[in-house]
Design a protein around this ligand. Structure first.
Ligand SMILES: [Cu+2]
Length: 102
């Protein structure tokens, strides 16, 4: 019974957990997201630059071109503890970030 209640509360929490990342001046703001293990969440990526960016993560298998002034949302399944890469492939030298699960 306790387990069931915990699962329900986790699900409700996951629906509400949205992290916003701004693609700004060819960087990610913020460049780090910290999230608890085993928690589903959403990343909302807003490209405020005047150039397109390809928002990508090898470890999360995300790859999507976001045109200038557009927003994309990515639902991320619960993750194990660790670090997960994020980068903008069109501006690899400056557009780097990560998700830290701990
Ligand atoms: Cu790519």
């Amino acid at each position: 019974m306790l387990t069931a209640l915990l699962l329900l509360s986790n699900l409700a929490f996951a629906d509400d957990l949205v992290f916003k990342i701004e693609l700004k001046n060819r960087t990610m703001v913020p460049s780090e997201i910290i999230v608890a293990p085993n928690t589903a969440f959403t990343i909302e990526v807003v490209n405020t630059d005047n150039t397109a960016e390809e928002f990508e993560s090898k470890s999360l298998k995300i790859e999507k071109i976001i045109p200038p002034k557009r927003t994309s949302k990515f639902n991320v399944k619960p993750l194990a503890a660790g670090e997960y890469d994020l980068f903008g492939e069109f501006h690899m030298d400056t557009c780097q970030g990560k998700i830290i699960v701990k």
